[in-house]
Design a binder for this molecule. Structure first.
Ligand SMILES: NC(=O)c1ccc[n+]([C@@H]2O[C@H](COP(=O)([O-])OP(=O)(O)OC[C@H]3O[C@@H](n4cnc5c(N)ncnc54)[C@H](OP(=O)(O)O)[C@@H]3O)[C@@H](O)[C@H]2O)c1
Length: 368
């Protein structure tokens, strides 16, 4: 019998889409959130003729309520963010229960904590932690892993670039905007000289060509830094870049030099959180429209002489559709016992390269 799938954050934008993606796959997840009055109508609508889905009430401010969501062998999918502020109770619950954990985070400090702090705890209980299993950072990890497999022992450096085409109006959900703003003063990281290096997000730039246009990416701490080196022993440098910020890109790059100092100014981090929440109250929950939006991801591998030795380009649908499908498909496969290993794992380590390629294709993410 397949394990239980519990979806925490079902009443949010990404959670709602993930719930839909799960039921489309014939699964009946437990819908969890802090407001039963909002969970019930969703459970009825998505439950269909078989009756309402099961619901569970949990609030991250009451850690026992989150711990009660999962038992050994269950699959917990969480979209409750910003993760740096709200994510800890769910990953703690899964790590302690021996469950499989999947989340939609894109926040570098939280992602790093999952690997460094919660990974060893999960290994002891037999849990599996699969953070950032959405648009951030499955496509870049897959493109990078495919490019590294082609490069073999020639691989010295891999650069991964993310770009979007066809975005109109409010390109990001409220939850993403609040999470992104909350990261401005937080440290990022890179894989440099064969080790993980703390540095501000946006400290590096990369110009890359995809789909007939040159993109201007800013560096971010991604899952690629934490999981690709384990696939390629010769790898010394990993760069991950987002071409998301349009005309603000050069300013953001220059500002990255002062963010570590700004972060130390008394009241600055709290002020940034206040600003993020204030922006969150003024924008719509959902992005304006995702029709026609396309994701492009490029991975390029270079040898020690800085000569390009492989290049893999992937394309897929808009980030929210992709995130919902990736989370749902991974949850279904995890519930069917298809995840290998324990502890905090990258997508390739958990599903294998062929398995991840197949999983990603179900979310519309394929080689361009
Ligand atoms: N990496 C990616 O590619 C990607 C893609 C999509 C989203 N994301 C991330 O996923 C997160 C969610 O995004 P979203 O657009 O879905 O945001 P959202 O619509 O604001 O949803 C946030 C969810 O968190 C819940 N929540 C807030 N406080 C809570 C608490 N104290 N206890 C329990 N639940 C609580 C909300 O419940 P209520 O409904 O009761 O308020 C809601 O269900 C963000 O961090 C975003 O950056 C990442």
């Amino acid at each position: 019998m397949a394990a239980r799938i519990v979806l925490f954050g079902a009443t949010g934008h990404t959670g709602g889409r993930t719930a839909q993606a799960l039921t489309t796959r014939g699964v009946r997840p437990v819908l969890a959130g802090r407001d039963p009055a909002r969970l019930e109508p969703l459970a009825v609508r998505l439950g269909g003729p078989a009756g309402a889905l099961e619901t569970a009430t949990a609030d991250v401010t009451d850690t026992a309520s989150v711990r009660a969501l999962v038992g050994r062998g269950d699959v917990l999918v969480t979209t409750v963010g910003p993760f740096s502020r709200l994510g800890e109770p769910a990953v703690t619950a899964a790590a302690d229960a021996g469950a499989v954990y999947l989340d939609s985070t894109g926040e570098p400090p939280f992602l790093r904590r999952v690997f460094e702090e919660f990974g060893p705890r999960a290994e002891r209980s037999g849990a599996v932690l699969l953070p950032a299993f959405g648009h951030d950072y499955v496509p870049g990890t897959l493109a990078g892993a495919l490019a590294l497999a082609e490069a073999g022992e020639r691989a010295h450096r891999v650069d991964v670039g993310y770009s979007l085409d066809g975005v109109r109006g409010q390109g990001f959900s409220r939850g993403t905007l609040v999470s992104l703003l909350g990261m401005v003063l937080e440290p990022g990281f890179a894989w440099d000289g064969g080790r993980l290096l703390t540095e501000p997000s946006g400290a590096r730039e990369w110009r890359f060509d995809v789909a007939g246009r040159t993109r201007h990416g800013l560096s971010v701490g991604g899952a690629e830094h934490l999981t690709l080196p384990g696939l390629a022993p010769t790898l010394q440098e990993v760069g991950v870049y987002l071409d998301w910020f349009g005309p603000v890109t050069p300013v953001a790059h220059r500002l990255s030099g002062v963010t570590p100092w700004l972060a130390r100014v008394p009241g600055a981090p709290a002020g940034m959180t206040w600003l993020a929440d204030a922006v969150g109250r003024r924008v719509a929950e959902a992005p304006t429209t995702s029709e026609g939006t396309r994701t492009h991801v490029l991975a390029e591998v270079r040898n020690a002489n800085d000569t390009r030795v492989s290049r893999v380009q992937l394309a897929g649908p808009d980030p929210y559709a992709m995130t919902a499908d990736l989370l749902a498909e991974a949850a279904v496969r995890a519930a069917a016992g298809q995840v290998q290993g324990t502890g905090a794992l990258g997508p390739v380590q958990a599903f294998g390269l062929a398995g991840l390629t197949e999983l990603a294709a179900t979310a519309g993410l394929t080689r361009a």
